[in-house]
Ligand binder design. Structure first.
Ligand SMILES: Nc1nc2c(c(=O)[nH]1)N[C@H]1C(S)=C(S)[C@@H](COP(=O)(O)O)O[C@H]1N2
Ligand SMILES: [Mo]
Length: 245
């Protein structure tokens, strides 16, 4: 119910956006429904590179709750956490000419982006946090992404009900300036509940796309044969793959 309510809200916001175009740019009475649809579609495409709103630090939520996995018991995660993630590696692999295996120190030394954004979960809650990390595009360029790569798959440590959490995005979102590999929340290393030591932020997408406990970023030509083939843990259970907001 809550999820449907939230998605209906997002849908309603888009319809309002289209009507605004009709009123301000051309005059609603001169536009046929088809023309309005066409303008709406163009607006949607153009908007894919637009930035998500960023907020002043004063708007940061006092507590950024954890959702889904909040303390993975899988593999050696607990031992890694106890050791301060000193041996954690993020692999950049798949359709790249120069695969990378990065330490947290490597990641912290890359050019950084800090952004205060609002996270929207389909379960009906939101929170504002300040995230810091390198842009995913920087990593993909360093790895010499190949031209036949169509999607980026995020691999995670946690396993829920027998399936590893994973996610995927297209290249528009992969190279979006606000798509970062975050190592910090509100100026501190990520708490375990929020995905320590690394999680992705994809600010134009709903919460479930923002994979936590990241172990690898994988460039692929197709999502077939990955998980159950729908592009993500929740997508395999019926959620939309494209969860743009
Ligand atoms: N690895 C992993 N990533 C995940 C999840 C998860 O269970 N495991 N849950 C997703 C969902 S539904 C949301 S809303 C956000 C929650 O992020 P938070 O725990 O920092 O609030 O993480 C997303 N990424
Ligand atoms: Mo979520």
């Amino acid at each position: 119910m809550q999820r449907r309510g939230f998605l209906a809200m997002v849908g309603a916001a888009f319809v309002v956006g289209c009507n605004k175009v009709a009123e301000t740019e051309a005059g609603a009475n001169l536009l046929s429904a088809a023309e309005r649809w066409h303008m709406g579609a163009q607006r949607l495409l153009r908007d894919r590179s637009a930035l998500a709103p960023e907020y002043p630090r004063s708007k940061i939520s006092p507590f950024f709750r954890g959702n889904g996995s909040t303390d993975p018991q899988n593999g050696d995660y607990q031992a890694q956490a106890a050791a301060g993630f000193a041996d954690w590696r993020l692999e950049v692999r798949g359709l790249v000419d120069n695969p990378l295996s990065l330490t947290l120190d490597n990641i912290r030394r890359l050019p950084q982006r800090t952004q205060v954004t609002r996270h929207d979960c389909v379960e009906g809650w939101s929170a504002i946090g300040e995230w810091t990390g390198p842009q995913l595009g920087t990593l993909l360029e360093a790895a010499d992404l190949r031209g036949d790569a169509k999607f980026i798959v995020f691999r995670c440590t946690d396993n829920l009900n027998g399936d590893d959490y994973y996610e995927s995005i297209d290249m528009v979102d992969a190279f979006h300036p606000q798509t970062i590999i975050a190592h910090s929340l509100n100026g501190e290393a990520l708490p375990v509940r929020n995905g320590a030591p690394l999680r992705v932020r994809i600010e134009r997408q709903l919460g479930y796309k923002h994979a936590k406990y990241l172990t690898a970023v994988e460039a692929v030509a197709s999502l077939d044969g990955i998980g159950r083939g729908k592009g993500g843990y929740w997508e395999d259970r019926g959620y939309q793959w494209y969860a743009g907001i």
